[in-house]
Structures are given as structure tokens and as C-alpha cells.
Design a protein around this ligand. Structure first.
Ligand code: IVH
Length: 670
């Protein structure tokens, strides 16, 4: 018990006070659970100093202390469906009257709990949770958070009241912060939650503002002025009226079965939320009943957390491979002792570039903290320096390409090193280039994946993209894992891809720094491939979002005889793309949907989502993956979920499929 307490105190300090944890949350939870188990078996050995006897840790220095009027409790948790059913049964029994018990389900946001006090509708104070009794005054920092209203809307809010909620950093903000930090050689954030905690505890609010945070409000602390809401759900509705931000995924359920349906759905959505959640919170909806149920020493009886699989874990780096990308970029990839994290087994993690290796001070043999959140690829967040052994090996950039043996070079101002072999010498670059050419948003050759491309290139059947269009059934069906049927399917897919669009074709060429959006701008600006190919630097720089770097990449690409030849060969092989009509070309500004952002969600019956995206883009719209206040219109088919709900809360125009098709027809007619 003493050993466990010492360990827990150490890790709680690293986590709460220093914001630099040394172990994964799940491991910390495990230590804590172990201590609780021992203390439950031997209650006579519990001391007031035990970490189990307080929540969180004492406030750090530099901020004024705030004493919470009502303590900020933590939550009892379960990881099992049976834990939910048991809790509901217990709650029903304690409540006595079981007739109309309703529960709310909501995401458990993985951030930092705060309490906001509003006086006469104005934000008067923001405090962290601290140890639950006392926190820190972070008002100046919270004022920088755009999702926290400084003044409430409406007039029916109580004179003084406290809102509780979670401040967090979205995946997008986290990634862009780290991207910038990597570019500047600065320290990266370990995870979004540490990013949020660190930002909130910045002494300079300007620094907080530079690390964008968000907030969801999830409960009422206390209220003065006669407001007596009946239910938690009613509180949340009132919050929304006053422009306090409430998570869109809050639902009411009647029983454990319905709760499990919600939880399964939420877990499936987890990757698309755009922020970290570590589970869901179930609450008794009735507030009088919440009061009647009351709380144990640190957790209320009226709420329960259901935890999902952890998204962080520690493991060992057993080696490093160097992968060669489409443009020759050499990317170090760590090979890991397989570890279960975020619901999948992870055995590799990208290291981005050698600067990142240096920043982490990573050696082969190191124990590392890895993280897999949402659809984000697994990342090594930190090396656990204390666990480095004497035979740890430094990681060195290879002098020659591991695939073709050409010299590896690193341009002075670039973070990435590159193989100098080029597409004609280096099989890795050739393969990656072909994979990109065939990819869904490029030529969309269904079924042409990396294994097949390996076989086609290694067998000498395909040297460049045009060769794909000359493949025959005999060649294909002789390849490993291919038979006549799959060969025919692939031939049909290749054949279908011959008719494409100009933006897709430009994108498919794989010109360095020309992504989908740039390809679209180039196509719109020039209208035809010939015009693009003969454009000089000045003409290229006149295109929206094209600067000197991209212009020089495009110029260099089409300046190369091999590349021009490759384009001629593709056209000779029957690849065709209509020129853009004057309405579609000639700059984005003239297009009917220019400046609008659309979002597609759910399934469409008459066309694929990709086809819908192409159509919208051809009309000048931007098509985004998530709904925000900037979204112009949402097209929602059957099965639409959170995006539709969010659009509804934001009052965004929503079209179903027939209305969407009608709108497209109208636009085409004009
Ligand atoms: S209700 C009495 N609702 O989880 C507890 N908490 O382990 C009241 N959290 O400190 C909390 N999302 O920081 C509640 N929708 C949500 C939440 C939530 C995240 C956090 C909160 C709390 C911790 C409890």
C-alpha cells in the first residue's frame, strides 16, 4: 500500500502539476484501482494522506485560489455493460418510485473540468477543479476561449449561477499546434488533454489564446435567483438558449438496453468526433432525484462513467525502418512491440522525419508512450527516459535509399530527407506514384491496391501509369491472389477510369505539393491540360492559392521530357478528360456556389458521395468533412447522425437527396 501510494503520488504530480506524465492513463488508473482494492480489504489502514482520500492535486502557484461553493466531484466508473445495469437497478431501488426514471447519456470529454460563474449574464469567474474543494482562478485564460460566451443571450437566466463543463483541445487544433511546433523545432504537446491543461495554466493569457481551446458545458453547479429546473435535460436546453455550448450527442434513455445502444453508437462515432472522449457519462435526469440520491465521499450516486478502451499505452521500440514516399521522402517508422490501444493492435508508428526523432531523443530499445486517437495514425508522444537501458541504439538517417541505393539528400531548409533516384530509378517512388494515381480521389481504379502494384512493378509489367491501360487478362490472372474473375474486374475498373475529369487527372499526376484543392484551382484556371502544360511561372502564380513554390513544382514537372512523355502516353492509351466549360473555368469567383462550404452526410442513393463532391466542387463549393458555423448547406441522406444534429442546432440549411438533386438541376439550368 505504501509503495502504491508513493507511485500514485509521483504520477499524479507529473500529470496534474507538471503536465508531463510518464505513464499512460490506463496504467495510472490501474495503480489507483489496486490501491482502492487494498484499502477496501483493509479499511483500518487508510490514512487521510492516501491519494484515495482526495481528488486531483493541490493548485500550483501563480493563480489565485478559488474555493468551490459546491465541491466538484469525480465519477464512479465501469467498463462493463453489467456495471450499467447494476447501477440502474441500484438507483431505481434507492429512488423508491421506479415509474418514471429517465437517464441521460452524454460523451465524457477528455479535457479539463472548469466552473464558470455568470453574474447578470456576464462571465465573472472561471476556476479549475483543482482538488475538488479548491481550484485556481483562470478567468483571464478562459476569456480567450471562443466557445465560452462572455455575455449570455436571452433574459431568463438566473442572476448568479455556476456552469460546469470541460475545456478541451480539438484534434485539428492539436495537430496544427504540433505541426507548427515541429516546423519550428519546438516541443510538441503530448496529447490534446495536456495541451488544454497546459494552456489553461499559462500565466500569460496571450499564450493561452495562441493554443485554441474549446468548451462543452455539462451541468449546473448552483444558481441564485429562483431558478428551479426539474431535469438535467432542461438545464442543458436552457444553456443552449443562453448560448452556452452543449455537446450535441446528449440523449435521454429509459433503461440499460437503450443506454448500451447509445454507447455502441457513440463508440463507433468516436473516431469522427474531432476531439477526445474517454467514454460516456450516464446521469439521472431528474434533479430532485439527484438531490435525493446524494453523493458518497468523492462521487455522486446519480452519475456513472462508462469508459472506452484506452487510447494511450506504453510499449518498446524494437527497430526503425525507413519508408520511401512518392516524392522520395524518407520517413522513419518505428516498429513496436505490438500493443492494444484505442481498440486496435498497433505495431508501427510514424516518426515523421529525423527532426522528430531528435526532438523525442528516441533510441531503438526505448520504452515509449504511444497514442492512437480517432482516425489519427498512431504517434509516439514521448520517450520514458527513466526506462532507457544501456544498450539503447541511436537512430541514424541512411546515406543511401533503402530501396534503390541512390544517394539520400536533405535540402538545407527542409525537414525531410529524400531519395535522389526519382521515379525512373527508385521502385518505391514508382510504386507510391502508381498507388496515388489509382487512388479513389485521383483516377479511382477500384481494386488496384499496394499488393497488386508491388506485383505488377516487381514483375516488370508496369513501369509507368500508361502501362496500366495495356494490361491484359493473361498477365493479371497469373499474378498471386488473382484469378480470371478478379482479373476481369480489375480490367473493367481500369477501363472505367479512362474517362475522368481534368482536376482528377492533374491530381493523379502526383506533382509535388499539388493536392486535390490545388489541382482543382489549376483546372478551373486553365480549363485544359494543354493550357496548363504551356503556362509559365507568371501564369501559374496567377492561380488562386498558387505561390512561387507550387508554381515552380508545376513548371518543373511539365518541363521534364519524361513527364510530358508520360502524359502523351496516357492520352494515347485512351485517358480522356473534358475541358472545363467557360462557366466552370475562369476562376472560382464566377461559379454559383463560390465561397460556400457544403457537407455531405449519410448515404445518397442516386450517386456516390464522391460523385456528389465532384459536382459541388465543379460548381465552386468547398466540400468539408465536418459541420461548423461556417457551413452553408448540409446534404443529409438516410443514416445521417451527429453532423445532421449539429447542423440542426446551428440552424444550417439542410437538404435531403431529392432537394439536393433539384438544386443541382436548377444550378445546371442557369
Ligand atoms: S458530470 C459529479 N459530464 O469527467 C461529476 N463530467 O471523472 C460531474 N467529464 O471531473 C461531472 N465529460 O471533468 C460530467 N459530460 C460530462 C463530462 C464530465 C467529462 C469529466 C469531468 C469530471 C470527470 C469525472
Amino acid at each position: 500500500m505504501l509503495e502504491l501510494r508513493r507511485l500514485i503520488e509521483h504520477h499524479a504530480w507529473r500529470y496534474h502539476v507538471l503536465d508531463t506524465p510518464e505513464i499512460a492513463d490506463a496504467e495510472y488508473d490501474h495503480l489507483f484501482d489496486e490501491l482502492i482494492a487494498l484499502e477496501t480489504a483493509h479499511p483500518e489502514l487508510i490514512t487521510p494522506e492516501s491519494p484515495s482520500q482526495r481528488v486531483g492535486s493541490a493548485p500550483g502557484s501563480g493563480f489565485t485560489e478559488v474555493v468551490h461553493r459546491e465541491p466538484m466531484l469525480s465519477l464512479d466508473k465501469t467498463t462493463e455493460a453489467s456495471g450499467i445495469a447494476d447501477w440502474m437497478t441500484r438507483t431505481r431501488r434507492l429512488a423508491g418510485d421506479s415509474a418514471s426514471l429517465t437517464f441521460t447519456c452524454e460523451p465524457k470529454i477528455d479535457g479539463v473540468a472548469v466552473a464558470l460563474v455568470y453574474e447578470e449574464g456576464r462571465l465573472a469567474q472561471a476556476a479549475t477543479r483543482g482538488d475538488g474543494e479548491r481550484g485556481e482562478d483562470v478567468t483571464a485564460n478562459v476569456r480567450t476561449i471562443n466557445t465560452v460566451p462572455l455575455r449570455l443571450d436571452g433574459r431568463d437566466f438566473p442572476q448568479r449561477f455556476e456552469v460546469r463543463g470541460e475545456i478541451y483541445m480539438s484534434h485539428r487544433d492539436f495537430e496544427s499546434f504540433n505541426q507548427r511546433a515541429r516546423e519550428r523545432g519546438e516541443k510538441t504537446l503530448v496529447n490534446p488533454r495536456n495541451g488544454a491543461a497546459g494552456s489553461l495554466r499559462q500565466l500569460d493569457p496571450v499564450l493561452t489564446a495562441a493554443r485554441p481551446l474549446s468548451m462543452y458545458c455539462y451541468s449546473l453547479g448552483w444558481a441564485e435567483g429562483g431558478w428551479q429546473p426539474e431535469s438535467h435535460f432542461e438545464v442543458l436546453q436552457a444553456f443552449k438558449r443562453w448560448r452556452l455550448r452543449v455537446n450535441p450527442h446528449v440523449e435521454r434513455v429509459a433503461d440499460a438496453e437503450a443506454a448500451m445502444v447509445y454507447l455502441k453508437r457513440l463508440e463507433a462515432e468516436r473516431d469522427n468526433l474531432g476531439y477526445d472522449i474517454d467514454g460516456a457519462v450516464l446521469k439521472v435526469d431528474s434533479l430532485p432525484l439527484q438531490r435525493q440520491l446524494g453523493a458518497l465521499s468523492r462521487t455522486p450516486r446519480w452519475a456513472l462513467a462508462y469508459k472506452f478502451a484506452a487510447e494511450e499505452a506504453t510499449t518498446r521500440v524494437v527497430g526503425v525502418d525507413f519508408q520511401v514516399g512518392r516524392t522520395g521522402s524518407i520517413t522513419p517508422v518505428a516498429r513496436l512491440d505490438p500493443v492494444f490501444v484505442g481498440g486496435v493492435t498497433v505495431s508501427n508508428a510514424t516518426l515523421h522525419n529525423m527532426d522528430e526523432v531528435g526532438r523525442l531523443d528516441l533510441h531503438i530499445g526505448d520504452t515509449v508512450l504511444i497514442r492512437r486517437a480517432g482516425d489519427v495514425i498512431p504517434q509516439i508522444m514521448a520517450v520514458i527516459a527513466q526506462q532507457r537501458t544501456a544498450n539503447a541504439q541511436p537512430i541514424l538517417l541512411p546515406q543511401s535509399c533503402p530501396v534503390c541505393g541512390s544517394v539520400v539528400e536533405r535540402a538545407g531548409d527542409e525537414a525531410v530527407a529524400r531519395c535522389t533516384g526519382g521515379i525512373n530509378v527508385c521502385a518505391a517512388q514508382r510504386k507510391e506514384g502508381l498507388l496515388h494515381f489509382a487512388s479513389r480521389r485521383a483516377m479511382d481504379i477500384e481494386g488496384l491496391g499496394d499488393k497488386l502494384i508491388d506485383a505488377l512493378v516487381d514483375g516488370g509489367f508496369v513501369k509507368r501509369a500508361a502501362d496500366l491501360f495495356h494490361l491484359d487478362l493473361a498477365t493479371l490472372s497469373a499474378l498471386p491472389r488473382m484469378a480470371e474473375k478478379s482479373g476481369n474486374n480489375l480490367l473493367a475498373a481500369i477501363n472505367r477510369s479512362r474517362r475522368t475529369t481534368l482536376p482528377r487527372f492533374i491530381f493523379a499526376l502526383g506533382i509535388r505539393d499539388v493536392g486535390e484543392a490545388t489541382a482543382l484551382n489549376l483546372a478551373r484556371h486553365f480549363g485544359s491540360l494543354d493550357a496548363l502544360m504551356s503556362a509559365d511561372g507568371t501564369a501559374l502564380e496567377a492561380v488562386a492559392d498558387v505561390g512561387p513554390v507550387v508554381a515552380s513544382r508545376v513548371g518543373a514537372f511539365f518541363g521534364s521530357p519524361e513527364n510530358r512523355d508520360a502524359v502523351v502516353a496516357l492520352r494515347a492509351a485512351g485517358v480522356s478528360f473534358p475541358e472545363l466549360s467557360p462557366a466552370e473555368a475562369g476562376g472560382e469567383g464566377d461559379l454559383p456556389l463560390a465561397g460556400q462550404t457544403w457537407v455531405l452526410t449519410g448515404t445518397l442513393e442516386s450517386m456516390s458521395r464522391d460523385a456528389a463532391k465532384d459536382k459541388l466542387e465543379a460548381l465552386g463549393a468547398k466540400v468539408a468533412g465536418s459541420v461548423s458555423a461556417k457551413t452553408h448547406t448540409v446534404v443529409a441522406g438516410p443514416g445521417a447522425g451527429s453532423k445532421l444534429a449539429k447542423a440542426e442546432t446551428l440552424g444550417i440549411t439542410i437538404l435531403d437527396e431529392p432537394a439536393f438533386i433539384q438544386r443541382l438541376a436548377e444550378l445546371a439550368a442557369n
